[in-house]
Design a protein around this ligand. Structure first.
Ligand code: NAD
Length: 332
């Protein structure tokens, strides 16, 4: 029997999720849940979801046979809704960011820890992007990684709730969790936040510099970089014996350089990027976790570490000085 999922909040990003769910042979979208019935009806029609029921509250989701909940609601609801779903015995896939603040993220992490029988996954999309998958598959080629750089950027229209949190948390969250994924948890963070040219946003540019033991990451998020998805979105990962240089624009491309320090380096053939989409891969990972077939890449602990780095970054912005990570409330 197929697993039944309720997609909750079927606005902007949910459209990608609906496509991703439709790719899965062992799951079906049983409920579309939104406080705005008009948008739910539009999605039902556009994606041919005639068998899916439209509901408007989590209570109705909990009254159904859906064991999976996919939260695509605004981030100020993520803590309350993720905790409610876990307490109601549902596996949770939640859009990023994990929450709007560290204290909220700690509530989710605590609920996930109370329910080890359930999956909580934060939608850390970059980790499932085929380009990043290709890096992960070959990570041993570069030896110990010591430096990571990435920029996530665009200048598109965004929903009001994202405008309220700004680029620093919203789009900056993507390269931040990617840095932690490759370099491990951050210990100290320095950060800058700016409202450069989009006064309607809480902030439109942000920079994080994280220390992960001896390794360093430098990551940026921008909602004011004009061009196709911000012009370029470079991905750079430097290791003791090699370097990955990737870019999504104009096409996804990835190069691996290998060599010895103090010696010549060689440029291998461009790496072929595996087929698939970030959302199809992410939802497959979620289902595999529910079926006990794989190890988590974006569980509550990973998302909490990202929120801890964000929290330190906020303190760095406020003080102008780098800040230690605070791990009070860390799970486990
Ligand atoms: N992964 C990505 O690249 C990416 C891109 C955009 C947005 N996001 C994230 O996705 C989330 C949603 O962003 P969006 O741009 O799609 O927002 P949106 O405003 O377009 O959609 C949110 C939807 O949730 C509905 N909603 C609000 N309160 C609800 C409730 N209590 N119950 C059910 N539905 C409710 C709204 O009616 C709306 O349809 C945010 O957390 C955002 O950060 C991720």
């Amino acid at each position: 029997m197929k697993r039944q999922v309720a997609v909750v909040g079927v606005g902007g990003i949910a459209q990608a999720h609906l496509t991703g769910w439709l790719e899965q042979p062992d799951a079906e979208i049983a409920l579309l849940c939104d406080v705005n019935r008009t948008i739910a009806e539009e999605r039902q029609q556009r994606y041919g979801l005639t068998a899916a029921r439209i509901v408007s509250s989590l209570e109705e989701v909990f009254d159904s046979d859906c064991t999976l909940v996919d939260l695509c609601t605004p981030s100020f609801l993520h803590a309350e809704q993720s905790v409610a779903c876990l307490e109601a015995g549902r596996h949770v896939l939640c859009e990023k960011p994990m929450a709007n603040a560290l204290a909220e993220a700690e509530l989710i992490a605590a609920a996930a820890a109370r329910h080890p029988e359930l999956v909580y996954m934060c939608e850390h999309r970059m980790l499932f992007d085929p380009l990043v998958v290709a890096v992960r598959q070959r990570i041993e080629a570069i030896g110990q990684p010591f430096w990571f750089r990435q920029r996530s950027a665009h200048a598109l229209a965004i929903s009001p709730s994202i405008a309220a949190t700004g680029a620093f948390l919203d789009i900056g969250y993507h390269p931040l969790y990617t840095a932690l994924h490759f370099l491990g948890p951050a210990e100290r963070v320095y950060a800058l936040q700016r409202q450069s040219v989009r006064p309607e946003l809480a902030n439109d540019n942000g920079l994080y510099v994280c220390e992960h033991g001896q390794a360093v990451s430098v990551v940026e998020g921008s909602f004011s970089s004009i061009g196709m998805m911000g012009g370029t979105r470079p991905f750079e990962l430097y290791g003791e014996r090699g370097t990955f240089i990737g870019n999504w624009m104009p096409q996804p491309q990835l190069q691996l350089f290998t060599g010895e320090q103090g010696g010549p380096s060689s440029m291998g053939e461009p790496i072929s990027i595996p087929p698939g989409s970030w959302i199809g891969n992410a939802i497959r990972h979620f289902l595999d976790l529910v079926n006990g077939l794989t190890q988590p890449l974006a569980d509550a602990a990973a998302a909490l570490q990202t929120m801890q780095a964000y929290d330190a970054a906020l303190r760095a912005v406020a003080t102008g000085r780098s800040q230690e990570i605070v791990r009070a409330g860390t799970v486990g």
